[in-house]
Design a protein around this ligand. Structure first.
Ligand code: NAD
Ligand code: UGA
Length: 442
């Protein structure tokens, strides 16, 4: 089939590459010429395990191409995936400006039947807006009877595991009220859907809602565990043991129960805010979800609260080593990364920070800009040199079993604040390391 992605970021590029891998002919459009230049030059603009290989293979096979030419892109695909960003607007609601612009550009160029697929995470009712935008543009061109369908097909991939998630989805949500569009989407997803039917076909609004409900549920689990962790510290329990104890109940399950330095990324924070806003606007305030967001804001500061408790409010003259800048491992994405809050809170109190991340250093440098109080270093050990303590914010694999003797030798004092609970507190004690985890009250 012929497919176009409108927006070639994380979701657009992964979608385009994985669909090309299954034999489709995909043209990826983006308004950012630099991004397209990088892709046309044989590189990818993001760090995502396995993506480069798939992109290279399909470009070489002539099934995957990149363009900034809107007209060419709209003519290419029968299926047009809108995968543009939906960042938070000033009032918390999703800013749909890019989605609407994409819809209008489709209406300005299309000349035959198209299925427009809303892949971006968008509030309930957005498909109607997309339909309206396209319809208005077609009417201006005297083509108001040109047939087209708008369907909702939200994406559930996780960064760092995007290829695996797209290739072997737990579920494929399709919101459609158009029979022909449903048939085409079923055919497109058939290769990803072979072992058992994972496609859930529903009305468009329920599909749009399903995406927010999923992210809100996952964020709720995390904030709930983070609050329990605070309590565990006070009452002398270990949240890690509690996590295993409750996760063994299949009704609860083990996933997304890790207490830590707060959730970040381009999705949970903005999607929770957007759903809270939709609910408030609809006169049905979501009290649980409002608390989830507030708890996360506090959680991003918990690691620094522990530093302040240990070293005092005034951190002038102190230097801290920070391991992990990306919002999670296996990505260089810094959007809403808890590390940014930790850095801000430490430096606001006069401290300097030496930070190390296996892949996100360049992106962190771009986000942080030039500054004297933060050094981005090339190796984990360099960050430790003459630091008052080590703070761990992202659980990269290489941090799991460091040379603890070297950690002790390099730090001024052997103090670790572990925002991802990587180590066993008893082992730390045995090794002579002062260890502050999250919720390790035992
Ligand atoms: P992104 O910022 O990485 O990419 C969006 C791209 O769209 C950018 O390259 C931008 O230049 C381009 N763009 C903007 N307007 C355009 C237009 N009119 N025409 C063509 N291109 C345009 O965003 P992302 O992380 O891929 O997220 C996209 C959507 O998917 C969001 O709604 C997000 O919530 C959702 N989502 C993201 C993930 C994820 O892990 N990143 C997972 C599931 C869903
Ligand atoms: C999340 C969802 O997991 C995806 O299903 C969804 O498609 C995506 O958002 C989206 O809508 O964009 P992602 O943000 O890439 O994916 O990463 P996650 O693995 O979900 O992690 C999000 C944040 O939660 C990270 O900061 C992570 O450290 C934190 N987290 C995760 C915890 O603090 N505890 C956990 O147990 C799990």
């Amino acid at each position: 089939m012929k497919v176009t992605t409108i927006g070639t970021g994380y979701v657009g590029l992964v979608t385009g590459a994985c669909l090309a891998e299954m034999g489709n002919h995909v043209l990826c459009l983006d308004v950012n010429p630099e991004k397209i230049r990088v892709l046309q030059g044989g590189q990818i603009p993001i760090h995502e395990p396995g993506l480069m290989e798939i992109v290279s293979r399909n470009v070489a096979a002539g099934r995957l191409q990149f363009t900034t030419d809107v007209d060419q892109a709209v003519h290419h695909g029968t299926l047009l995936f809108i995968a543009v960003g939906t960042p938070p607007g000033g009032d918390g609601s999703a800013d749909l400006r890019h989605v609407v612009a994409a819809a209008r550009s489709i209406g300005q160029c299309m000349t035959d039947y198209k299925v427009i697929v809303d892949k971006s995470t968008v509030p309930v009712g957005t498909a109607d807006e997309v339909r309206r935008g396209i319809g208005e543009e077609l009417a201006k061109r005297g083509l108001k009877d040109l047939p087209y369908a708008v369907v909702s097909n939200p994406e559930f991939l996780k960064e760092g595991a995007a290829i695996e998630d797209f290739m072997k989805p737990d579920r494929i949500i399709l919101g459609s009220d158009d029979e022909q569009a449903t048939l085409l989407m079923r055919a497109l997803y058939a290769p990803f859907n072979r072992t058992q039917d994972r496609m859930h076909i529903m009305d468009v609004r329920s599909a749009e809602f399903t995406k927010y409900a999923a992210n809100a549920m996952l964020a709720t689990r995390i904030s709930f565990m983070n609050e329990l962790a605070l309590l565990a510290e006070k009452v002398g329990a270990d949240i890690e043991l509690v996590r295993r104890g409750i996760g063994s109940d299949p009704r609860i399950g083990y996933q997304f129960l890790y207490a830590g330095a707060g959730y970040g990324g381009s999705c949970f924070p903005k999607d929770v805010k957007a759903l809270v806003k939709t609910a408030a606007d609809s006169g049905v305030p979501l009290q649980v979800l409002t608390a989830v967001e507030a708890a996360n804001e506090r959680q991003k500061r918990v690691l620094v609260d522990k530093v302040v408790e240990r070293f005092g409010q005034d951190l002038k003259g102190r230097r801290f080593a920070l391991w992990g800048l990306a919002f999670k491992p296996n990505t260089d994405d810094m959007r809403e990364a808890p590390s940014l809050v930790v850095i801000d809170e430490l430096t606001a109190r006069g401290a300097t920070v030496a930070a190390y991340d296996p892949v996100a250093t360049a992106e962190a440098a771009r986000v942080l800009g030039p500054r004297d109080d933060v050094a981005l270093v090339a190796r984990a050990e360099i960050a430790l040199q003459a630091a008052d303590a080590l703070l761990i914010v992202t659980e990269w694999k290489e941090f799991r079993t460091p040379d603890f003797d070297a950690v002790k030798a390099l730090l001024k004092a052997p103090v670790i604040f572990d925002g991802r609970n990587l180590y066993d507190p008893q082992l730390m004690q045995a090794l002579g390391l002062e260890y502050h985890g999250i919720g390790r009250g035992r």
